[in-house]
Write a protein that binds this ligand. Structure first.
Ligand SMILES: C[S@@+](CC[C@H](N)C(=O)[O-])C[C@H]1O[C@@H](n2cnc3c(N)ncnc32)[C@H](O)[C@@H]1O
Length: 282
């Protein structure tokens, strides 16, 4: 049913360097060339019954769908490409993420943990949604699996590195010949949708329950070191991956099945394009 609706409403928009499709990514991907993309940053639905508008987040054949989808997508990637797959283990099924990635044709090159904190005015004010449970602690992190064809593709330590405090930068540059430290595989990145006043309100206009913080996408693209390839997000949601690709001067393709989310993604990209205050959420 969803496939049928998506086929009927497939729309393509070109905004800046981004090409956005409203449709089912299974179908859209078939029409895109092989050996085409340099980087994927994406978070598929997790099959946990989240309220995603048109898409129903409860499938009996979820793992089979995801395995066959990502294995087909790997043909669309350049040999030296990078896939950053963001997924979250559940309390009942802590191993499902490994079940998925271990059945993919591409190799795990790095595993990142995204520690999801709530930050207000530069201070950490919490980590996840406040749990009401008397038994269980709520989840405050997610995986980002970095998959590559052979598990040994070159990355950029410099682009993804963390700058020294300005106070020490000059001295360290003299001592070590660089102004940054390499990143590690645990990333503390705050939500943009919680605790940021007007930023959250504007983002929540998209009424999407699982929006990437832009920093997360930026960090992934910087690990890849990509400077001129095409970035893909086949589960685009509110368009964050294309938005960040645009900010980094990269071409992107994004695919979203839900017309409301798709329209919201277009609005975000257009706002960036029109340079309305740089970005309407800044
Ligand atoms: C976890 S959300 C991605 C959110 C996104 N990272 C953002 O920053 O807004 C997953 C998205 O995949 C979409 N989706 C589900 N099945 C799809 C399909 N077959 N083709 C395209 N999009 C799909 C859902 O509507 C949902 O918006």
């Amino acid at each position: 049913m969803v496939g049928l609706i998506a086929a009927l409403v497939m729309i393509r928009e070109q905004i800046g360097k981004a090409t956005l499709y409203c449709g089912d990514s299974n179908e859209v991907m078939e029409n895109l060339p092989n050996d085409f993309f340099s980087v994927i940053v994406s978070s598929p639905p997790y099959n946990i019954g989240r309220n995603y508008g048109l898409y129903e987040d409860k499938k009996n054949n979820y793992l089979d769908w995801q395995i066959s989808f990502w294995n087909k997508v790997s043909y669309k990637m350049k040999d030296e490409g990078h896939i950053f797959l963001n997924i979250q283990p559940s309390r009942q099924k802590p191993l499902w993420c490994y079940e998925l990635v271990s059945k993919l044709d591409w190799k795990i090159q790095n595993t990142f943990i995204w520690n999801k904190r709530i930050e207000i005015d530069g201070y950490v004010r919490g980590q996840g949604t406040t749990s009401q449970s008397k038994k269980y602690i709520c989840n405050g992190w997610e995986y980002v699996f970095h998959l590559t064809k052979k598990g040994k593709t070159e990355i950029s330590q410099k682009d993804s590195g963390v700058g020294y405090h300005p106070k020490w930068a000059e001295e360290n540059a003299k001592r070590f010949g660089k102004t940054w430290r390499p990143t590690v595989n645990a990333w503390h990145i705050p939500y943009e949708t919680i605790g940021h006043g007007s930023i959250s309100k504007d983002l929540m206009k998209g009424e999407h329950p699982a929006i990437f913080p832009r920093k997360l996408v930026e960090k992934c693209i910087k690990v890849s070191g990509c400077k001129k390839g095409i970035v893909l997000d086949p589960f685009l949601g509110t368009g964050t991956t294309s938005l960040v690709a645009e900010e980094l001067g990269l071409n992107s393709i994004g695919i979203e099945i839900d017309p409301d989310y798709f329209n919201f993604a277009c609005t975000r990209l257009e706002a960036l394009q029109n340079n309305m205050q740089g970005d309407m959420f800044d």
